[in-house]
Ligand binder design. Structure first.
Ligand code: ZN
Length: 328
């Protein structure tokens, strides 16, 4: 079950007894999804918990029978990952059922269409509420276009109904693929833990890769809106999604691949200790030396808050970070 769930989310072992926790593959968050003794639950969208069939039904949105078929087809793949040939044969014999690779391709295609349609809607007569939300967050139209933001309604997993949201695609570095799609519900009354959901099948590795240009300095943040705010003032910036994203092996590996292109790095997470922990891990990676990695923390204001208050550039300058003004 852990192996199956890890295809949809990143899990950390949290106890010696074999309990795992991480973001929910359906509704996101940071650690609301737990697996123990082949049972899972999500604090937000699936508190009653379930078994492996329930998990497949939840993630793939299929019937009990279809979930059983997926598991029957996929289980040999899970237990014998190394024998790629047999799983490929397996796949051709079950072309009508969902295998891991086909699921991913289906995700790319579905996400690409959703991103295109919601991006058009954001700029259409129906997009007023979305544009107003983004303006209130201090983001300019060029930024919406760069990040290919969208607006529309999508299923809220807790409220069990469609609600208006900003669609935030996580694009690949070459801008060709949507690797993940997050929804930021715009109702201002929503409590913090109900503001985001994740399209099932998303892989949240690093956000903002497609916006990177040659620069001296890289800023690493959590949260897509912080990343967009810093990009808007001219900084090369990526987001790990959340600070727990920094614990994902795939995220750390991709981040370390980026580092040699930059002379200095600032890590700016909400929590100073999490930021320091990430800094310690990347300092181990060549060619970075300790004095080239700076750690900041959001005390009362994060980058997006400071952008809205028109204090972001002054704050950055006070930490020795000066964006290239030609990008402003
Ligand atoms: Zn959930």
């Amino acid at each position: 079950m852990v192996e199956l769930a890890k295809r949809y989310t990143s899990l950390q072992q949290i106890s010696r007894a074999g309990e795992y926790a991480g973001p929910c593959p359906r509704c996101g968050g940071e650690d609301r999804f737990h697996i123990k003794d082949n049972r899972f639950y999500c604090r937000q969208c699936y508190p009653r918990g379930g078994d492996v069939i329930d998990l497949v039904q939840l993630i793939e949105n299929v019937s009990f029978r279809e979930a059983c078929q997926i598991l029957a087809t996929d289980l040999p793949f899970f237990s014998e990952r190394q024998s790629a040939h047999s799983s490929r044969q397996e796949k051709s014999h079950h072309a009508d059922t969902l295998s891991p690779i086909e699921q991913t391709e289906a995700f790319f295609e579905s996400a690409r269409k959703t991103v295109a349609a919601t991006n058009r809607r954001l700029f259409s007569a129906d997009g007023g509420a979305g544009r107003e939300y983004l303006q209130q967050r201090g983001l300019l139209e060029t930024t919406w276009r760069t990040f290919r933001l969208g607006y529309g309604t999508t299923f809220h997993p807790l409220h069990q109904r469609n609600e208006p949201a900003i669609f935030i695609p996580w694009l690949s570095a070459d801008d060709q693929r949507v690797e993940a799609l997050r929804h930021r519900f715009i109702d201002p009354k929503l409590p913090k833990q109900e503001r985001y959901s994740l399209k099932p099948g998303s892989h949240t590795v690093i956000f903002g890769l497609h916006t990177l240009r040659p620069a001296q300095h890289l800023t690493v943040v959590e949260g897509e809106f912080n990343c967009m705010a810093l990009h808007q003032v001219g900084l090369a910036t990526v987001s790990l999604g959340s600070q727990t994203g920094a614990q994902q092996q795939a995220t750390l590996e991709r981040l370390i691949e980026l580092l040699p292109q930059y002379k200095t790095v600032t890590i700016w997470l909400d929590d100073l200790h999490q930021g320091q922990r990430l800094a310690d891990r990347i300092i181990k990676a060549e060619p970075f030396r300790k004095e080239k990695v700076q750690v900041l923390a959001s005390h009362s204001y994060d980058a997006n808050d400071l952008l809205r208050k028109a204090e972001l550039l002054a704050y950055l300058a006070s930490h020795g970070i000066t964006p290239h003004t030609e990008q402003l």
